[in-house]
Write a protein that binds this ligand. Structure first.
Ligand code: SIN
Length: 484
């Protein structure tokens, strides 16, 4: 049941330069659980993006001149406002994105935690004094905010993906303009409501909705923009990065993944089953870090497959607002079609369906949580991110083979493995070519650790002390003529 609490945050205008602005052209936003139209948001373009950038550039000197403590307090207030409204914001998020309410509220807390973390980090941006090679000169290193930041974020985490960019930017002293995905703009606009309420200076935090291409072009080409930060597909990320780099802007790119989750013979199988469920079926498999390939050693393959399929069949599918639901709908029809293609390709090449396998009887974009056995590296699912609730089980014999299979991808975001052998834990952790490795855990995201990938999964880190550095320029100061 939907309460009315979220209504306060459901804004149909954009928050640009500290003002709420409507547009003549509108984009419809639908609830993926039932296809109903929730409302409309402006279809803005280059002109409005430019206005937001101009306002951000204007306020930048004032924002960077605030003391670290003042910026920290704003971040803290942002955190508190998000947490004070966790239920309403969670409900809004489920309405537009579809994930179960408990997960949506969890995402609000996850997003809020970035503001809390960066409120604490804002006051710890230290410089350096470097021992000078000259008796009459001194060398210092100072840290400065990069300048105006523009972000483009996806629909799978409509709050947290903005929060982990915006919190770091604000803490570092950078104004930020947020362009959310058109499927899920309301959670972003709700953050505009909060920015307004906590009294952020006009232009420090703007939210603009509309088609990604013209807004992205303005972001990449406007000389007042210092940095582009993007979370989304590798294809779009490469295009954006190329445009941004041709104008010498800083970039952070959180791109696609093809995460392996490896289960060795010596693993605690019950723990591995629970970890694989959490990892694979969180947000209906629509995360960049969810296991896309589950590699199971031959000695435990059948036992794991049986336990895992049994648990997967128990997952409750439904409208995320209904109590007890563990998997909501997929975001749109295209996503369901991709899931179907991956399953039919695998089955045509010999895989077997151990659970699910079809559209859910609820219709729309609901899909059955699915387990495939007998999956091999020749199948499309081995190479391509499914972004849906399908768990393919591959078989391997040795540690070397598991590492080779896990690394056999152009992606390098998250990876997971289960073992009780300490030596193996270190060896495999070091051998996996990924930005993130979780041992005996299926969920690794936290604001205090560096989130990010290698290879085609992107550049830069978000969260943690490293996340702040992505919004900072290092300046070398040489002081000469000291008279010695
Ligand atoms: C993502 O899927 O891009 C982010 C997931 C997370 O932060 O855990």
């Amino acid at each position: 049941m939907t309460s009315k609490a979220h209504k306060k945050f459901l804004r149909e205008d954009c928050y640009i330069a500290g003002e709420w602005r409507g547009g003549a052209e509108k984009l419809a936003v639908t609830n993926p659980a039932n296809g109903d139209t929730i409302g409309h948001v402006p279809d803005f373009g280059r002109k409005e993006a430019k206005e937001a950038i101009t306002a951000a550039a204007k306020v930048f000197p004032e924002w960077r001149a605030k003391t670290a403590d003042e910026r920290s307090k704003f971040c803290r207030s942002f955190y508190e406002a998000l947490m004070d409204n966790q239920d309403a914001l969670g409900e809004l998020l489920t309405l537009e994105q579809g994930k179960p309410l408990a997960e949506a509220k969890g995402e609000i807390a996850y997003g809020a935690a970035f503001f809390k973390w960066f409120a604490e980090e804002a006051v710890r941006v230290y410089g350096d004094v470097i021992p000078s090679p000259w008796a009459d000169k001194r060398i210092v290193v100072t840290k400065e905010p990069v300048g105006v930041v523009c972000s483009i974020t996806p629909w799978n985490f409509p709050n947290a993906m903005i929060a982990r960019k915006a919190a770091a930017a604000l803490a570092a002293g950078c104004p930020i303009i947020c362009k959310p995905a058109s499927q899920t703009p309301y959670s972003a606009l709700a953050m505009g409501v909060i920015a307004d309420e906590i009294g952020l200076p006009k232009g420090v935090f703007s939210v603009i909705t509309g088609e990604a291409a013209p807004i992205g072009d303005e972001f990449c080409e406007n000389p007042a923009v210092a940095k582009i930060t993007f979370t989304g597909s590798t294809g779009v990320g490469k295009m954006l990065a190329a445009k941004a780099m041709s104008n010498m802007k800083r970039v952070s790119m959180e791109l696609g993944g093809n995460a392996p989750l490896i289960i060795f013979d010596d693993a605690d199988l019950d723990r591995a089953v629970e970890g694989a469920i959490a990892c694979k079926f969180r947000n209906a498999g629509q995360t960049c870090v969810c296991a896309n390939r589950i590699l199971v050693q031959s000695g435990v393959y059948d036992a794991f497959a049986e336990k895992f399929a049994k648990r997967v069949k128990e997952l409750k599918v439904g409208d995320g607002l209904e109590s007890g639901v563990e998997q909501g709908p997929l975001i749109e029809e295209k996503a369901v079609e991709k899931v179907e293609q991956h399953i039919s390709d695998a089955v045509s090449k010999g895989a077997k369906v151990a659970a699910g396998g079809d559209r859910h009887k609820l219709g729309g974009t609901f899909f059955e949580p699915t387990v495939l056995t007998g999956v091999t590296p020749e199948m499309v699912i081995a190479k391509d991110e499914t972004f849906g609730p399908v768990a393919p089980l591959f078989k391997f014999d040795s540690e070397e083979e598991a590492i080779q299979m896990a690394n056999d991808t152009e992606f390098g975001l998250a990876s997971y493995f289960y073992t009780n052998d300490l030596g193996r834990a270190w060896r495999v952790m070091e051998a996996l070519q990924y930005g993130m490795v979780a041992v005996n855990e299926g969920i690794l995201s936290t604001p205090v650790a560096p989130f990010g990938g290698v290879k085609d999964s992107g550049v830069g880190r978000e969260g943690s002390k490293y996340g702040l550095e992505d919004y900072i320029n290092v300046k070398y100061g040489l002081f000469g003529g000291l008279g010695k």
